[in-house]
Design a protein. Structure first.
Length: 144
């Protein structure tokens, strides 16, 4: 994840301030979605004076720059694990493990094309699409 993060940062056509980098690397080193306050608590280990509005502002930026997905239903955030996402339309299909909270992100062009086709057919303008699937991951299943 850390290497991916470095590649993303090297390729990005924007600069990340140290604060943005700190928050992004918190997200990049967690495979489970984090709430804004989880992020804040982790950030405070390095920046004791960090305040919630700062975190929200940075999260908005990271979502806008397609580096992070927001899972609206649970109000959490997850690092986008794909380098070559279709970043024009931030579509994502996430598989969430209900037991360990690990998140897996699917990237399959065909599926996303099918979604776009479906949307166009119904003349819907989709600017953000996030599909959530919940279940038990392989690890947790075999640990039972
Ligand atoms: Zn993504
Ligand atoms: Zn699991």
């Amino acid at each position: 994840m850390k290497n991916k993060l470095n590649t993303i940062l090297a390729d990005a056509n924007f600069t990340l301030t140290p604060l943005r980098q700190d928050i992004l690397s918190i997200l990049a080193t967690h495979q489970e979605p984090l709430g804004a306050y989880d992020i804040l608590n982790k950030l405070r280990r390095k920046r004791p004076n960090a305040e919630p509005p700062t975190v929200y502002r940075v999260l908005d930026f990271l979502i806008e720059t397609k580096l992070v997905h927001r899972i609206e239903a649970q109000n959490t955030y997850i690092f986008c694990s794909h380098l070559s996402h279709d970043k024009s339309l931030h579509k994502a299909i996430l598989l969430l493990c209900k037991s360990c909270k690990k998140t897996f992100e699917l990237e399959d062009k065909n599926i996303f094309e099918a979604i776009s086709k479906f949307a166009k057919k119904n003349v819907l303008e989709v600017d953000d699409a996030l599909i959530e699937m919940k279940g038990i991951c392989k690890n947790c299943f075999s640990a039972k």
